[in-house]
Structures are given as C-alpha cells and as structure tokens.
Design a protein around this ligand. Sequence first.
Ligand SMILES: N=c1c2ncn([C@@H]3O[C@H](COP(=O)(O)OP(=O)(O)OP(=O)(O)O)[C@@H](O)[C@H]3O)c2ncn1[C@@H]1O[C@H](COP(=O)(O)O)[C@@H](O)[C@H]1O
Length: 106
Amino acid sequence: MADTLFTLEATIAARRGGDPATSYVARLLMRGRPKIAQKLGEEAVETVIAAMRGDKAEVIGEAADLLFHLAVLLAEMEIPLADVLAELDRREGTSGIAEKAARAVT
Ligand SMILES: N=c1c2ncn([C@@H]3O[C@H](COP(=O)(O)OP(=O)(O)OP(=O)(O)O)[C@@H](O)[C@H]3O)c2ncn1[C@@H]1O[C@H](COP(=O)(O)O)[C@@H](O)[C@H]1O
C-alpha cells in the first residue's frame, strides 16, 4: 500500500502546474485548498454511505477516491506522505483506549 501511495504522490507532484484541461490533478490543484478539502469531505461522506449500505465493492471505490483526494490535499499543503506514515509508525503499539485515558488525566 505504501508503494502505491508513494507512486501516487510522485504522480501528483509531477502534475503541479500542468494543463487543467487534460489533468484532473492539475485542475484540482489550480482550484485550491478549499475545493480539494470539499472534495475530500464529499468522498468521506460517500465512503460512509457505502459502508452503511454494506456494499463492499462500493466502499473499495469510494475509499480509493478518499485516499486519492487526501493525497492531493497533502500535496497542496506540501506535507510529505512519509510524515503521515511516520506518525502512524509512532503510534504503533499504543492502544487508542490507553491513549485516550492518558489524555483525560492531563
Ligand atoms: N487516482 C486517481 C483518481 N481517483 C479519482 N479520480 C478522479 O476524481 C474525480 C472525482 O469524481 P467526481 O465526480 O467527484 O469529480 P468531479 O465531477 O470532477 O467533481 P467537481 O469538481 O465537479 O466537484 C473523477 O474525475 C475521478 O476520475 C482520480 N484522478 C486521478 N487519479 C490518479 O492521478 C493520476 C493523474 O491524473 P490526471 O491528473 O488526471 O492525469 C492518474 O493517473 C491516477 O493515478
């Protein structure tokens, strides 16, 4: 999965400044952060709706749209995907329950 996302990250970077008539990524980057954030939100909602329907094939498609638009948002904000993966690595082994309990006492 990480390889796929790193390839996508490189493709998105290469599209920066490209022709919005032929590249969806170039068009989205040109429209700016609010539009990218809106698309990310829409894809999140569509993923939730598909999940509530229990349609796994639809969830796979919507989840791919969601990850793609998240990758575009990270690119627009110049946040390397590696930074997000490093944060997940940092969290590895820390239970969400334990982490939340620790937050509650501070
Ligand atoms: N993974 C994707 C990918 N996933 C989804 N999409 C597009 O995301 C769009 C989302 O669908 P919508 O109907 O919501 O989009 P829309 O109608 O244009 O949205 P509005 O702007 O009208 O709100 C569709 O046009 C999809 O084709 C993607 N477009 C591109 N990629 C990757 O990005 C690469 C570069 O794409 P281009 O920049 O288009 O060359 C491609 O080779 C792919 O690897």
